[in-house]
Design a protein around this ligand. Structure first.
Ligand code: FDM
Length: 228
């Protein structure tokens, strides 16, 4: 009799506005289900919790909050689901997250003061994310500002402005570069994949599937924690 020590994989999808992130996340989830994989889809921010409702009203500009306060609420929204994510993975259910800690850092660290200085430092933004369950795979859906513009206007929510998206993209590139270097040095278990989301929807979908498929039978390594 063999005892399996495997747990289910934890996959995060990150991306810029107009990158097709939500469509691709849903497709991936459906494809996993069709393949008979037990899987849960979690979207951050999770706007259904008490904390999530405060985030939702801030994003829709029906309330104002200090930059630090909203940053910590986004982080707390992940922490309130962290043990659920861990339980799913250990019980053999794969978890896909639409956005995670990387969005948390990239968006908050992109905020600037009226004189153009960063409102919050990168390190300050990273700190509350330390210790969250670390994904096995991050799929970063990258899109250039030009293609995003061609795909039509941004939505009405706070942060859905071209110059903010431009800074967010730069920060995602910095975060991804750090994760790739840390993986190469054996410091983290997270694989960061940059996926060109400017291509046709089916091509992007096929690439995402080819990156996720090798994980569906489970991963050997214990669940790691982010940045500790
Ligand atoms: N966002 C999302 C943050 O600023 N911090 C976070 O931690 C997360 C998860 O909220 F503009 C931003 C990113 C985006 C907005 O996300 C809502 P969706 O995916 O558009 O709902």
């Amino acid at each position: 009799m063999s005892i399996s020590l495997k747990r289910a994989p934890f996959v995060v999808i990150e991306g810029l506005d107009r990158s097709g992130k939500t469509t691709q996340t849903t497709r991936l989830y459906d494809r996993l289900k069709e393949a008979g994989v037990a899987v849960e889809l979690i979207k951050f921010p999770d706007r259904t919790t008490a904390i999530g409702k405060m985030i939702d009203s801030y994003l829709r500009s029906t309330s104002e909050l200090d930059d630090r306060a909203i940053h910590l609420l986004f982080s707390a929204n992940r922490w309130e689901l962290a043990s659920t994510i861990e339980k799913h993975l250990n019980a053999g259910t794969a978890v896909i997250c639409d956005r995670y800690a990387f969005s948390g850092i990239a968006f908050s660290a992109s905020k600037i003061t009226p004189t153009g200085e960063p409102a919050l430092s990168f390190e300050w933004c990273l700190n509350p994310e330390k210790g969250l369950p670390a994904p096995d795979l991050v799929l970063f859906l990258d899109i250039t500002p030009e293609i995003a513009r061609k795909r039509g206007g941004y939505g009405q929510e706070r942060y859905e402005k071209e110059e903010m998206q431009f800074r967010v993209r730069k920060l995602f590139q910095r975060i991804g570069g750090d994760v790739i270097a840390e993986k190469r040095d054996g410091k983290v278990n997270t694989t960061w994949e940059i996926v060109d989301a400017g291509r046709e929807r089916d091509i992007v979908g096929a690439e995402l599937w080819s990156l996720v498929q090798p994980l569906v039978n489970g991963v050997e390594s214990q669940l790691a924690r982010l940045w500790i």
